[in-house]
Design a protein around this ligand. Structure first.
Ligand code: IP8
Length: 252
């Protein structure tokens, strides 16, 4: 691995989504070991919230907007996902990786649930220094709604072009995008309307697999192909090998 890579790890991979902020430390350790063995060039990690943030975001209806007097859900949700971020950073650092947590609430701004700014110059410098920034889906302040939830997938879509990522991979708890039980090898803007994509039974305020695909199609339109694969293929992604997953691309 010698390129500049972005790896998104789904919240359902590193937490038990049926529990209340139940962090899967064993999975985190195994991911950190895979990364430590493969790391060579520059790597930025993004992770989702799973059961550390989605239940809180739902309970306080953050995505419906926040008004004065009803803002406590912002800090409660941010605290929940920050706990998970600390666990991810700790697992990576225990394997000798110079990981550092970056919180979107501090550096990003949204309008009507869409990111309109994200300070990325410090991320660029960190990557050049061999550090591994670890960013997460978060609650951020929103011009129209007061506040909103920004998914890790939206962060991937926003930052990957700005940081000139060479490859983008998304590790999930499924082998790829499933249609009728089989992995769809490639998704393009033309093929997506004919797909039957299931939805998750767990609390997910940011749109699950459908939300992910929409962000990745936008990323493909911006010139960056991505791949969704099972978490067991993280090493393959980092080494540039086949991940047997779903590529999201402009062409099939
Ligand atoms: O798990 C959601 O991020 P995602 C972030 O990537 C929060 O959708 C705080 C619910």
């Amino acid at each position: 691995m010698s390129d500049r890579l972005m790896l998104k790890v789904g919240g359902s991979v590193i937490t038990d989504k049926s529990g209340d902020c139940t962090i899967n430390h064993q999975q985190l350790e195994s991911i950190a070991v895979s990364i430590a063995r493969a790391i060579d060039g520059e790597l930025l990690v993004v992770h989702g919230a799973g059961s550390c943030g989605h239940p809180e975001a739902k309970q306080y209806r953050i995505n419906e907007g926040v008004t004065r007097g009803y803002a406590e859900g912002i800090s409660i949700t941010h605290y929940a996902v920050s706990k998970l971020n600390i666990a991810v950073v700790t697992a990576l650092r225990e394997q000798g990786i110079d990981a550092i947590g970056i919180h979107p609430l501090h550096v990003a701004y949204a309008n009507d649930r869409k990111l309109v700014s994200f300070e990325y110059r410090q991320l660029d410098q960190m990557l050049k220094l061999g550090m591994v920034p670890v960013i997460h889906g978060d609650v951020v302040m929103d011009h129209k709604r007061g506040s909103c939830i920004i998914s890790g997938d939206q962060i991937v879509r926003y930052l990957a072009p700005l940081l000139g990522m060479h490859r983008v991979g998304l590790a999930t708890d499924v082998p790829g995008v499933l249609d009728g039980g089989a992995v769809v090898p490639v998704i393009t803007p033309a093929s997506v309307p004919s797909l039957q994509i299931g939805s998750s039974s767990h609390t997910d305020v940011t749109g699950g697999m459908k939300g992910k695909i929409n962000e990745l199609l936008d990323l493909a339109k911006a010139g960056i192909e991505s791949e969704i694969f099972h978490v067991s293929h993280i090493s393959d992604f980092l080494f540039g090998r086949d991940c047997s997953g779903t590529k999201v691309s402009m062409k099939g």
